[in-house]
Design a protein around this ligand. Structure first.
Ligand code: KG4
Ligand code: ZN
Length: 332
């Protein structure tokens, strides 16, 4: 079974072809990062317009790279939310149009389910059940995953998401958008030990997170610094990254302990962070547990995870293959 999937919830246009049996066949991706950089963040109207420009050439590219045509496709998948409404509508409308023209099922996928299942595209593929640490720009959640569509929320952020904490502190440090990769690059030349930043909820018994206090702490430290002191900025970036990563690692380990599970799957954009990958792998090895990450290019938004989630749902009998009408049930 071949699924063609569309992702357009934010600033990446992603189109992918996935086989339920063989995994990812091809994916094409266009990131609008350069366009939004000048504004310091995503401009929704510009994002929607650019998705319109990119989506059909990317569809052609994904099909060509897979050596397939629309005749080979059995189902269409699209991100139904959450995300920017205008941006989501582009992917949803194109997907619906193709599904309608070809009389194919169209499967609405929750963006976070796409992220959550994306580590199953990696080799080795983690077995169910596992704990998932979902760390994106909009969400920070720990979930118990027993199978496709069998998800239990264990804990989540009470305020800012981990990616948001990276983005907001990066902005304070005068770094570009998106902040996560920029901050972690600057952190490489910094000394994390120079500033003692708060590690919110590090020792709380629950599995929740809170990151909003961190940016206030960074702002306070910034005020006492010489703005021309480049080394101090790098040190502050390293301390910020260290604080965020320490909390994520501690809570992920606590979730494994609470569930008695030995497999942790990391998904979402912050999963691309190198320090997080290294610290998690080392810490879990000590617990005789294993960490699984999606391939780096599939950590941030992409069409592959959407097509793949739909393929798994169809395979498990959890998506209606006779579905023909526009379904937009997932709230942005
Ligand atoms: O999953 P994603 O692409 O989009 C959402 O669904 O939000 O995640 C984007 C987030 C942004 O906050 C970005 O700064 C962060 O992931 N991010 C990183 C890194 N790469 C992306 N954060 C830390 N280190 C990175 N290397
Ligand atoms: Zn995402």
């Amino acid at each position: 079974m071949i699924v063609l999937g569309f992702e357009s919830s934010c600033d990446e246009t992603g189109v992918a072809v996935v086989s339920a049996e063989r995994g990812l066949l091809a994916h094409a991706l266009y990131s609008q990062v350069d366009m939004h950089q000048a504004y310091g963040g995503v401009v929704p109207e510009l994002a929607s317009r650019d998705h319109v420009r990119r989506v059909l050439p990317l569809t052609r590219q994904a099909l060509d790279d897979a050596g397939l045509t629309l005749d080979d496709v059995d189902a269409i998948a699209y991100t139904a939310g959450p995300g920017l409404a205008g941006a989501l509508l582009v992917g949803a409308s194109v997907a619906q149009a193709i599904a309608w023209a070809r009389d194919l099922p169209s499967i609405a996928i929750h963006h976070l389910e796409g992220h959550l299942l994306s580590p199953l595209l990696a080799t080795p593929r983690p077995e169910f059940p596992f704990v998932a640490l979902l760390v994106s720009g909009g969400h920070t959640q720990l979930m118990r995953v027993d199978g496709v569509a069998r998800y239990e929320l264990l804990g989540e952020t009470l305020d800012d998401a981990a990616g948001e904490a990276f983005d907001k502190t990066a902005k304070l440090l005068g770094l570009g958008y998106p902040g996560g990769p920029a901050l972690s690059r600057l952190a490489e030349s910094g000394d994390a030990g120079r500033f003692d930043l708060p590690r919110p909820k590090l020792h709380s018994p629950d599995l929740d997170f809170s990151f909003s206090g961190l940016k206030t702490a960074v702002l306070t430290r910034m005020k006492s610094l010489d703005p021309d002191d480049a080394q101090a900025r790098a040190d502050l970036a390293a301390a910020t990254q260290d604080a965020i990563v320490s909390v994520l690692v501690a809570k992920a380990a606590k979730a494994l302990e609470a569930t008695g599970l030995k497999r942790l799957v990391v998904a979402g954009g912050v999963g691309a962070n190198r320090l997080l990958r290294e610290r998690l792998a080392a810490h879990l090895a000590r617990l005789r547990a294993q960490a699984f990450f999606p391939p780096l290019e599939l950590c941030t938004d992409n069409g592959a995870m959407i097509a793949f989630a739909a393929a798994l749902r169809l395979q498990a009998g959890l998506a209606d293959p006779t579905e023909r009408h526009m379904s937009f049930t997932v709230q942005p």
